[in-house]
Design a protein around this ligand. Structure first.
Ligand code: AMP
Ligand code: GLY
Length: 420
């Protein structure tokens, strides 16, 4: 098969890495890709938000299958464009991508599906939102309705913070994404991520993980896209997984099908778990980054078979073969991230790093300049390792991090602290 992966982050590098290990893959393209992916695949400059351009490239290059990595092209309908052109694609339609692109849409689906989640109010009027927040009191959570690149959520421990967030969002801090606001009950508990492949009808649990969203050691400082992850998440035991499937995921998929917008792709289920009871925090309609890296480390080549089966409506026969293993990834980011950071510093030490089924340095924001690998993003590397235990995976991952010679970058030294 000729395969095209859309995206340029650590997530897409991990998808490319797993795909290349599968003998079904003849030729792999990534668009736009990054310096790390150039070792595995042909990187092509393509506007991945432009469905017409993606279809044209796929036709010219006899692409059999397209895997869409990030949410933005999904929300823009790129998977619809591909399918309308008769090209097999992994990822939901624009309509089904609303599960990530609109918080109020997701809340309405949860209501119809009777799925456990936080109580909420949905507002387009600032005065009404203020009155609701004052009546509910703090702690309370304020969310911009649309995609806000992970920056549209304020967990307000004080009423004043909540009111300031409303002023911000209705004042246009997130553009159109904030013209509508969802106000949610604050949920207490332990967070975990659960991934489920869906083919519109059947669903296949595809692993659990925990991310580290704050930039600093001990979960301090501003939110980021994720500074490290591990899989499996101990809090997601068999009972919590079963409850999540029965009470949240399957009723949601049912409701999506009932609406005539079945979900195909990977459903990223963000959960808050308390006393063994999962509640939905949010859905995303793509793999997490860096969660995908630890899932791919553990799944290897079979990941591609299942992703392909999801796109092809064949999940009923699919079965994941889990090893009794653990994986961890540590993100290395440019100094200053998630604020402003410099671009162009040279990253040393990459040539001598292990590169095998248990060790992989996934690239995110890197660009090759001559023989050098330079940092051109906020999150730059996602160093990943696998082990028989989480502590072994952690030891291996940090050993690799220690080999990277990059004074302009930093990482969290405590990935996995909650589980260890
Ligand atoms: P979201 O973008 O919806 O995932 O929100 C970002 C983060 O805010 C989540 O990962 C949680 O840590 C936190 N969060 C969101 N909603 C709630 C809630 N209702 N209660 C407590 N924390 C929340
Ligand atoms: N790591 C969180 C996300 O991908 O949304």
């Amino acid at each position: 098969m000729n395969i095209l992966i859309l995206g340029s982050g650590g997530r897409e590098h991990a998808l490319a890495w797993a795909t290349m290990q599968n003998p079904k893959c003849d030729k792999l393209y990534v668009a736009p890709g990054n310096a790390g992916m150039a070792d595995l695949a042909t990187c092509v400059a393509l506007d991945i938000m432009d469905g017409g351009a993606v279809v044209a490239f796929a036709r010219e290059n006899a692409i059999d299958f397209v895997i869409v990595g990030p949410e933005a092209p999904l929300a823009a309908g790129v998977a619809d464009h591909l399918r309308a052109a008769g090209i097999l694609a992994f990822g939901p339609s624009k309509e089904a991508a609303q599960l990530e692109a609109s918080k109020s849409f997701t809340k309405a689906v949860c209501d119809a599906a009777n799925a456990p989640t936080a109580a909420y109010g949905h507002f387009t009027d600032k005065a009404e939102a203020i009155a609701y927040v004052k009546a509910q009191g703090a702690p309370i959570v304020i969310k911009a309705d649309g995609l806000a690149a992970g920056k549209g959520v304020v967990v307000a421990m004080e009423l004043s913070e909540a009111l300031a967030a409303l002023e911000d969002m209705f004042g246009g801090a997130h553009g159109d994404a904030g013209a509508e606001v969802v106000v949610e009950e604050f949920m207490d508990g332990e967070e975990a991520s659960f991934f489920v492949l869906c083919d519109g009808e059947d669903a296949l649990p595809f692993g659990t993980a925990q991310d580290h969203k704050r930039v600093g050691v001990g979960d301090t400082g501003p939110n980021t896209g994720g500074m490290g992850a591990y899989s499996p998440a101990p809090v997601m035991d068999a009972d919590v997984v079963a409850k999540t499937m029965d009470e949240i995921v399957l009723p949601t998929l049912h409701e999506m099908a009932r609406r005539g917008t079945p979900f195909q792709g990977v459903l990223f289920v963000g959960l808050m778990i308390k006393d063994g009871q999962p509640r939905l925090v949010e859905y995303n309609v793509r793999f997490g980054d860096p969660e995908c890296q630890v899932l791919m480390m553990r799944l290897g080549a079979q990941a591609f078979d299942h992703i392909h089966a999801a796109a092809d409506g064949r999940l009923a026969e699919a079965q994941v073969h889990w090893a009794d293993d653990h994986a961890m990834t540590v993100v290395m980011a440019a100094n200053g991230y998630p604020g402003s950071y410099e671009k162009g510093s040279v990253i040393g030490g990459l040539e001598t790093m292990d590169d095998d089924s248990g060790h992989m340095c996934f690239h995110a924001g890197t660009t090759a300049v001559g023989d050098d690998i330079t940092a051109t993003g906020g999150r730059v590397l996602s160093v990943a390792a696998r082990g028989a235990s989480l502590s072994e995976a952690r030891e291996e991952a940090y050993k690799m991090v220690g080999q990277v010679d990059w004074p302009e970058g930093f990482f969290r030294s405590d990935i996995g602290w909650r589980a260890l």
